[in-house]
Design a protein around this ligand. Structure first.
Ligand SMILES: *Cc1c(COP(=O)(O)O)cnc(C)c1O
Length: 355
C-alpha cells in the first residue's frame, strides 16, 4: 500500500530496515550517540550553527513539538499573535488557550492567504505582542503561506516568530536568518522517518527566556538534558533509529533542495494528469506547497468512491478536512514514491472517473 496522506509516509527499505537494529537502553552511551547524531543532522538540514541553534528531540507526534514550542517559547509575560488560515492554526489557538497564554488571533477563511495588512495592523495596534506564530505549509488546503513576508513584518517590529513547519521542514525553503526563534516539525513527514519522534529547532537565545508551563513537553529541560547527553524520559528509541537513517538518506539524496525538486516533479505529474480528467487543483502551483495538493472532487464521484476505488488499487488518498470534506480531496507526494507509482495512480483515477 502506498500512502498519499500527509504523513505517516511510505518508508524506504533502508529506513524500514533501520528499525531492526539492536535493543538499546536509553541511559547508555550508544543511545546518546544516536541522539547526538539526530540532533546534529537536524541542524544540518538547513545548515544551522550549533553554537546558536539547538535541535531538541521529543517522543510524540508533530503536535507535541508544536505544543512544546508554544508552551515554552512564549515567555511568562509574553503575548502571541496567531495567524490562522486552517486547521493547524486553529490548533495553536487551542493550545494557547489551554496553557492560558495571552494571545490574539488574525483569522482567515481556510481558502485565503494570510492578509499581511491585517497582520501588520494587529501588531501595530497591540505593543504587548512579543511573538507571532504561523503555519508554514497549511496542510488543511496545501497552501504554502508566505513565511518571508510574515518574517519581514516581525523584523520591522522586533517581534519574534514561531513556525509550525511540521509539513514543510526538509522540503521547502526556510530562512532562519531573520526573526524566526523556532520551528516545530516531525520525523514522519518530509524527512521520511517513522511516527513517534518530533523536534523543535530553536535559537539558544530563545531557550534562555523559556517559560515552564509544560511538564513532559518542557522544551528548556529537554534541551538542557540533551546537551548533557541525557534525556528526561524514555524516548522512542526505534523512532530515533529510523530518524537518523532517514536523515542519512536525506543527505545522500541531496538535502532539502533535492527533496523539493523530487516532490515538485511528482506533484506536477499528478496535477497535469488529473487536469486531463477535468479535476482541478484548489490553488495554482505557485500558491501551493510541493508537499501536498488539494483538488476539487469531480462531479458524479463521491470521496468515498474515489478513496475506496484507489485503495483497492494500492493507494491511500486523504479527504478534505472539516468543512472541506465534501468539496476537496488531497494527495501528498511525500515518502518513498516514484514517477511510475504516480502513473499507476493516474491510471486508477482514469478508471474510476470515466465510469
Ligand atoms: C501533520 C501536521 C501537524 C501535526 O500532526 P500530528 O498528527 O500531531 O503529527 C501539525 N501541523 C501541520 C501543519 C501538520 O501538517
Amino acid at each position: 500500500m502506498l500512502l498519499l496522506n500527509p504523513g505517516p509516509v511510505t518508508l524506504s527499505e533502508r529506513v524500514r530496515k533501520s528499525l531492526l537494529q539492536t535493543d538499546l537502553c536509553h541511559r547508555e552511551g550508544e543511545f546518546f550517540d544516536l541522539q547526538d547524531e539526530a540532533r546534529a543532522r537536524l541542524l544540518g538540514v538547513y545548515a544551522l550553527d550549533p553554537a546558536q541553534w539547538s535541535a531538541v528531540l521529543m517522543t510524540g507526534s508533530g503536535t507535541a513539538a508544536v505544543e512544546s514550542m508554544i508552551a515554552s517559547l512564549v515567555p511568562e509575560q509574553g503575548k502571541l499573535l496567531i495567524v490562522q488560515n486552517g486547521v493547524y492554526g486553529e490548533r495553536i489557538a487551542q493550545i494557547a488557550t489551554q496553557y492560558r497564554i495571552a494571545h490574539t488571533l488574525v483569522t482567515h477563511d481556510w481558502k485565503s492567504a494570510p492578509d499581511l495588512s491585517r497582520v501588520a495592523a494587529a501588531l501595530d495596534a497591540d505593543p504587548a505582542i512579543t511573538h507571532v506564530t504561523v503555519i508554514h505549509h497549511e496542510t488543511t488546503t496545501g497552501r504554502l503561506n508566505d513565511l518571508a513576508a510574515i518574517d519581514a513584518l516581525c523584523q520591522a517590529r522586533k517581534v519574534r516568530l514561531l513556525v509550525d513547519a511540521v509539513s514543510s521542514f526538509g522540503a521547502e525553503a526556510i530562512d532562519f536568518s531573520g526573526s524566526i526563534d523556532a520551528v516545530a516539525a516531525t520525523a514522519n513527514k518530509c524527512l521520511h522517518g517513522v511516527p513517534g519522534a518530533a523536534f523543535v529547532v530553536t535559537r539558544r537565545a530563545a531557550l534562555a527566556n523559556a517559560a515552564q508551563r509544560a511538564y513532559y513537553l518542557d522544551l528548556g529541560r529537554m534541551a538542557r538534558l540533551q546537551d548533557q547527553r541525557n534525556t528526561p524520559f524514555t524516548p522512542s528509541v526505534h523512532a530515533f533509529y529510523a530518524l537518523v537513517e532517514a536523515l542519512r538518506e536525506f543527505e545522500d539524496e541531496g538535502g532539502w533542495r533535492a527533496r523539493h525538486q523530487r516532490y515538485a516533479a511528482l506533484a506536477e505529474q499528478v496535477r497535469v494528469g488529473l487536469a486531463d480528467l477535468g479535476i482541478a487543483p484548489l490553488w495554482a502551483p505557485e500558491q501551493s506547497s510541493v508537499v501536498l495538493r488539494a483538488y476539487r472532487l469531480p462531479a458524479g464521484v463521491t470521496y468515498e468512491q474515489l478513496h475506496d476505488g484507489l485503495k483497492t488499487r494500492g493507494f491511500v488518498i486523504y479527504a478534505g478536512q472539516g468543512g472541506l470534506s465534501s468539496e476537496l480531496f488531497r494527495i501528498s507526494t511525500m515518502g518513498a514514491l516514484t514517477a511510475e507509482d504516480m502513473d499507476r495512480l493516474l491510471q486508477g483515477f482514469r478508471e474510476l472517473v470515466s465510469q
